[in-house]
Write a protein that binds this ligand. Structure first.
Ligand SMILES: Nc1ncnc2c1ncn2[C@@H]1O[C@H](COP(=O)(O)OP(=O)(O)OP(=O)(O)O)[C@@H](O)[C@H]1O
Length: 324
């Protein structure tokens, strides 16, 4: 039995290391995917994908399998916890849609130990199962979301052995019916451990966005994150500098609490792009806590504009990297 301490919802029970919900095994039984989804044609040139696959396998890494129905996967990562990665992932996903209402965007919370997407996206409940035994994402603000937080109690400590975590990640990647998505934004767990590696090795990733504050200790970890992605052949789309400047709402004096330009400098050192600069702002914290992300609750505010800029920089970089 892999589970040490995990409280599951009433409708679930744990048996032989698998989690069952509504009487259906979520985490063990591997069902075949929708054939029509696998046949979905990607606009990323096939040859480029195959080249990447070849390079990947030449390095002795496992064969990557696309997520059914998903055209491009964007991972949002940080070396260090608490730097605003989840807030950025949510507002990036919403920013992609705000910039182009025709695109379809999904959000996957891969932070299995500390899932925060349910709170940030104001979502609660168990995903229903389709007739193919796939989990149906919960939807808010037009974005389908999937998170371990929908499968365990809010306050349950998630204390899993490595294998159980891998199994959970595998099922979050493979047993969700996303429909057809242009972009799947993945909120990664902080750091550069097994979970991050396993995700990068199992699915083709169009690019990684790395979030950091301009503080030395966060920058060091952000550099490690960028280097990990490079090692496993994932293009680093660029860095987002978060909480760089605080403007006093009364006197408008600006303070660089965590430093001014550390992330910009790191981007220069690494030879990657700076995708944007998000201020430290009360509106971002408050709207996040209320489950009303700033891009939807104050779409015209400078804070929301900053996230939308990041979203358009990401799309530009994706175009650049797919056109060579
Ligand atoms: N630019 C910002 N201005 C104000 N508050 C922010 C900003 N970015 C993030 N926060 C707040 O900082 C806290 C941490 O943010 P968040 O949960 O996104 O970080 P994280 O890197 O995903 O953390 P973890 O690694 O623990 O999941 C949250 O309370 C969030 O509302």
């Amino acid at each position: 039995m892999f589970i040490r301490a995990l409280t599951v919802k009433k409708s679930m029970f744990v048996k032989g290391g698998s989690i069952f919900t509504h009487g259906c095994p979520l985490f063990i039984r591997q069902k075949s995917h929708h054939t029509h989804l696998w046949n979905y044609t990607s606009s990323v040139p096939e040859r480029e994908r195959l080249d990447k696959q070849k390079q990947h396998m030449a390095r002795g890494l496992p064969k990557q399998k696309p997520i059914a129905g998903v055209e491009q996967v964007i991972v949002v990562a940080s070396g260090k916890g608490g730097v605003g990665k989840s807030t950025t992932a949510v507002n990036l996903a919403l920013g992609l849609m705000a910039n182009d209402p025709h695109v379809t965007v999904g959000l996957l919370d891969a932070d299995v130990y500390g899932p925060s997407i349910p709170k940030l996206m104001n979502l609660k409940g168990n995903p229903e199962l389709t007739d193919k035994n796939l989990m149906r994402p919960l939807v808010n603000f037009g974005i389908p979301c999937m998170s371990m937080g929908f499968l365990v109690e809010d306050v349950a400590p998630i204390v899993w052995r490595g294998l159980m975590v891998m199994s959970a990640i595998e099922k979050l990647l493979r047993q969700v019916d996303w429909g057809l998505l242009d972009y799947l934004v993945v909120d990664m767990p902080p750091g550069t451990g097994d979970v991050q590696l396993s995700i990068t090795q199992n699915i083709p990733i169009a690019g990684a966005v790395i979030v950091s504050t301009p503080q030395d200790i966060a920058l060091l970890d952000a550099r490690r994150g960028a280097e990990m992605f490079r090692k496993v052949n994932v293009p680093v789309l660029g860095l987002v500098q978060n909480m760089s400047v605080f403007q006093c709402p009364n006197c408008h004096h600006q303070t660089h609490i965590f430093g001014a330009d550390g992330v910009r400098e790191l981007a220069r050192n690494l030879g990657v792009e700076m995708l944007g600069d998000i201020p430290l702002h009360l509106n971002i914290r408050e709207t996040s806590d209320q489950g009303q992300p700033v891009v939807v609750s104050s779409p015209d505010s400078p804070e929301a504009e900053a996230y939308k800029k990041v979203a358009s920089a990401v799309v530009q970089r994706l175009h650049k990297s797919s056109s060579g």
